[in-house]
Design a protein. Structure first.
Length: 289
């Protein structure tokens, strides 16, 4: 059994989202050490937003171990992105790093163009990038924060999906990162939770639409609970970090390596009869959603 830390070893916070992975203590676990790939994604191409660190990095490396070439989109964390690229290449796969501000529709279009130029196709789209800015009161959420949270978390997801779908074929799939907050809310993440609720509805509605139109493209989601990623020390105070994850039935925070396999399952042919669903990776919380 893996001996995962219950809480962070360090409560050092970061002042810039989505945060830097190399500054975290302990550094998040990227992939389970004993995991052996079996070519589940051999010959596939995956585009992953927020793929430089956290859950996105784990997805990239796990997909690479299963035979996929990877394009990662990141904001400005050059070293994190380079580290992920090296990890993917160590698995024997190609990795394209693309710096992209998802608040800019033209950059989203360029992201798709660059990926297609490099790999000729996109078989798997993982909409994973997101931001969150806790506030004690709804009146503390500025118009600027509200606009940015929705632009990055859901508008960009919508726009990127619109740009990618015309290049997908039957058997390809889309996986969206929603959150446990979509189902039970969060008292200091009102705007963030609202975007995650929108992502859950987007996932279900898009799945229904694509199935109705007989595209053969599946759409699913993953709803993580408290996972140790750079977004956490760049969002919460040192005091909040001390208790991070303790509220789960398992009594600890999760690791990105424990979330990525849900994405792999949904991306693989093993999930060929699954669409419009959300897998909950949250330490045992019962959601019934």
């Amino acid at each position: 059994m893996n001996n995962y830390p219950e809480t962070p070893a360090s409560t050092e916070t970061q002042d810039h989202q989505p945060g830097v992975q190399t500054r975290m203590d302990p550094e998040p676990e990227v992939i389970k050490a004993d995991y052996q790939g079996s070519n589940k994604l051999k010959g596939k191409v995956a585009l992953i937003t927020g793929g430089d660190s956290g859950i996105g990095r784990s997805i990239a490396v796990l997909f690479a171990r299963e035979g996929a070439d990877i394009a990662i989109c990141y904001l400005d964390e050059d070293q994190d992105a380079l580290d992920t690229k090296k990890m993917v290449e160590a698995e024997g796969q190609r990795c394209l790093m693309i710096q992209c501000d998802l608040q800019q529709p033209e950059e989203i279009k360029a992201l798709v163009t660059q990926t297609l130029d490099a790999f000729k196709t996109i078989n798997i789209l993982v909409n994973n990038a997101g931001v969150q800015y806790p506030q004690e009161h709804i009146t503390d959420i500025s118009p600027e924060q509200l606009a940015k949270t929705f632009q990055v978390n859901i508008f960009a997801m919508f726009q990127l999906t619109q740009a990618v779908i015309p290049h997908m074929q039957a058997g390809d799939n889309i996986i969206n990162t929603t959150s446990i907050t979509s189902y039970h809310g969060h008292d200091t993440l009102i705007d963030y939770s609202s975007t995650k609720g929108a992502i859950t509805s987007f996932t279900r509605s898009l799945s229904t639409n694509l199935l109705k139109n007989k595209t053969g493209i599946r759409v699913n989601g993953v709803a993580p609970g408290p996972i140790w990623t750079p977004l956490i020390p760049s969002s919460f105070s040192a005091e909040e970090l001390e208790d991070f994850g303790k509220q789960t039935p398992m009594g600890r925070m999760g690791q990105p390596s424990e979330v990525a396999p849900a994405f792999l399952f949904l991306a693989s042919d093993e999930a060929s009869y699954i669409s419009g669903q959300v897998i909950h990776v949250n330490g045992g919380s019962i959601i019934n959603g």
